[in-house]
Design a binder for this molecule. Structure first.
Ligand code: G3P
Ligand code: MG
Length: 244
């Protein structure tokens, strides 16, 4: 069954990459949750999409230049017009604890955001944190940045690893050739122009970001392993309708 993965939590209805967005994703019954990870100035794993806090908080500056204490002063939720709610910028550890509390038992997709900034040692810190305890949910790693995935693989052989890309036949071939890459996460528009060749692609395909109902139906009909959406509740309804 095609997994419905909540992109940055339930990003369409709640401020992205906040505890509120992740809690909502669990509430609606998403099969998976995707989040983005950066490193703070004091080497803590921080869940946020951009390299800077400017777009999604009331602060400014690079995550890499702010300590957790500084990041915790910011409001990461009130900017979101559809559902303004005061939220902290979460650490990855806080998100993991929330998912445990909420008894999430789906798939957590951790995206390592190293495509623009090189965060020294982020991969080792991440694996160290994830291996610290047994989780109630499955998890996997993904990145646009191939060398981060290589680093993960060098220290963690038991989890799924996916290469993210926008639109690149070359990246698809790379993912096919490299045994430790277990899946691809391509842009949905590229995906839709490559449906024939993806039909027999031997690794998991989980496109992003699928918010259009017809595109959701195509992903389900083509039996992709999953897809990322800002609206998991709608996607779950669509999947239910296509089964009946
Ligand atoms: O992992 C899929 C998707 O999250 C990649 O794009 O920019 O939303 O992190 P982005
Ligand atoms: Mg992402």
């Amino acid at each position: 069954m095609t997994k419905i993965i909540a992109h940055r939590g339930s990003k369409g209805t709640h401020p992205e990459n906040t505890l509120a967005a992740f809690k909502e994703a669990v509430r609606v019954g998403a099969d998976g949750i995707e989040l983005d990870v950066h490193l703070s100035k004091d080497n803590q794993l921080i869940v946020i999409h951009d390299e800077t806090v400017d777009r999604t908080t009331d602060g400014s500056g690079r995550v890499a230049d702010l300590t957790v204490a500084e990041l915790k002063q910011l409001d990461a939720g009130s900017w979101f017009k559809q559902f303004p709610i005061s939220q902290e910028v979460p650490t990855l550890n806080e998100v993991l604890q929330l998912l445990e509390q909420e008894k999430f038992c789906g798939l957590l997709n951790i995206e390592i955001k190293t495509d623009k900034i090189h965060y020294e040692g982020i991969e080792a810190l991440l694996v160290q944190l994830m291996q610290k305890q047994l989780w109630s949910f499955e998890y996997m790693y993904s990145s646009f940045h191939f060398s981060s995935l290589e680093k993960i693989w060098s220290i963690e052989k038991n989890q799924a690893i996916a290469l993210i890309f926008n639109s690149s036949d070359r990246k698809k071939l790379l993912a096919l050739e490299i045994p430790f890459i277990t899946g691809i996460h391509p842009n949905i528009d590229w995906t839709l122009t490559h449906l024939d060749e993806l039909a027999d692609f031997p690794k998991a395909v989980r496109p992003w970001t699928v918010n259009d109902k017809e595109k959701m139906k195509t992903c389900i009909k083509d039996q992709f392993a999953g897809f990322h959406t800002d609206f998991p509740e709608i996607a779950l309804q669509i999947r239910e309708e296509t089964r009946t």
